[in-house]
Design a protein around this ligand. Sequence first.
Ligand code: AMP
Length: 551
Amino acid sequence: MKGRENLAISKENPFKLVSENANLALHALSKHAQDRSKMAMVYESVSGSRQVFSFFEIEQFSNKIANLLQNLGSGKGDRIFTLLNRTPELYATIPAVLKLGAAIAVLFPDFGSEAIRQRLEDAGARILITDSANLEKVRPLCGSLPTLEHILVIGENREKTVAGVQFHNFDKLLKNASNRFESAIVSEDDTCFLIYTSGTTGLPKGVVHRHAIRERLTETAQSVLQLEKSDFYWCTADPGWVTGLNYGIFAPWLLGMPILVYEGEFDAHKWLDILERNQVTCLYTTPTLLRLMRNEIGDISQKRDFALTRIFSAGEPLNTEVISWAERVFDAPIYDNYWQTETGSQIIANRPNVPVRRGSMGKAVEGVQVAIIDEKGKIVPSGVVGDIAIRPTLNSLFKGYWNFPEATRACFRAGWYITRDRGKLDENGYFWFVARNDDVITCEAQRIGPFEVENALLSHPAVAESAAIGVADVVTTEHVKAFIVLRKGYEATEKLAKEIANHVLAQLSPLATPKEIEFVSDLPKTKSGKIQRDQLRRKGSFDNEKVFIIE
Ligand code: AMP
């Protein structure tokens, strides 16, 4: 394959791979496929089947997909969408699209029609790859999306053309496609991913990433995850979220490491079996899923034979209570790390060999200049809360939001990229998360981060999940309201509400103590599991009978 012979390790910087072709698929897949037996993926389906794929097999599979897409006229500059479960087809389609020089946009498979329509329309998508289970959601979109030309369906499909959109049988096209494909030559600056993110607020924006991202993904796989040959790695995130794409696939593949993929949704007991059966050594997951697991299984009584040596968590603040639980149950350290879809790679992280300060996100990752700055872009003294910002020289930083230059410009100030998160830095170089900008609670001119309140709430034995928001208050500007999901066996009573409030008061301060507690059965969350505090603010209350005012 052309391009391979140009690969070399730069002498000045051993991390930096230099090549005439920056195509991420070449570096993450084709390069490793030269060794035909090298394992790339262990795949477990919902029905319990288990398959092992080598890099060579995925390379050939993705070459076929690249050919069939090319035959439909697709190539450099296109945006190609998938709406698929975590199946081998998805994991082969992603590099296939990159091989064409096009950008891949992965949608969560349980998105509804409107969420799919918004994203395809915004991106001007020509091609969507999905499966027969999604046909009902996809068919009504035809006719309302002028750029959409082809829908490829895995599994049964009786459609031919609907309102000008051609439907194809993916499996049939695949049979006739060649397994040889020459990856398009791209530059570091060419687009590889279009990742739609709504964060916890606002309409979805398409985050555009470049092939240059491979440098930071390679470096952080080594310096943060510290993946080694002896590891078996499982990132539980769906590739519809940046973590599942960048660290679920590319970071380990760039190092030639195999990944574990489980098709199914979260199920605490199944997960324990998967961890044990596969002897996973390194797990990457989210605080929400760890919290759910804690509620479901408590402290496991039956002795399990886990091989975990470390767990990484990202996407939300990691509560100290959850850290203690996970360390007890898995007998492995748990490392929080912080980054965003826009930064493309981890920028602050706890990691092996750097002493952990519980509750802190850790130190800046090597090669990234992270700071806490004020409104003018000046670095604030340690201990002072400000905006978490990075210098935009980072190779994994997004190119911008698709079709949204004003929103892109608004992310930069005085030579910094602003994350829109608030945090502080201590004198030892550890970063502490305070809140997403919009989530900060202002009470008697003090700014309270929901994380510290939620952290205190979660340390009460009755609390399974919690979210703190600010509610308008004529006296104090805002006061804290807490939404609480109780653990099994606890009842929503006024007595319990008061007990929980007192528990927070004993740990924090009167201002940070909830003046209202509402017991709920669930919290609104994004697809990647982040609590949507903006929805709680908008809604105010779900059930008045479950709201308790704390005097
Ligand atoms: P996303 O781009 O969807 O991954 O969301 C990124 C946002 O998630 C960040 O801007 C933070 O608000 C939040 N986030 C990610 N990691 C952490 C973390 N370790 N601690 C606290 N918040 C986090």
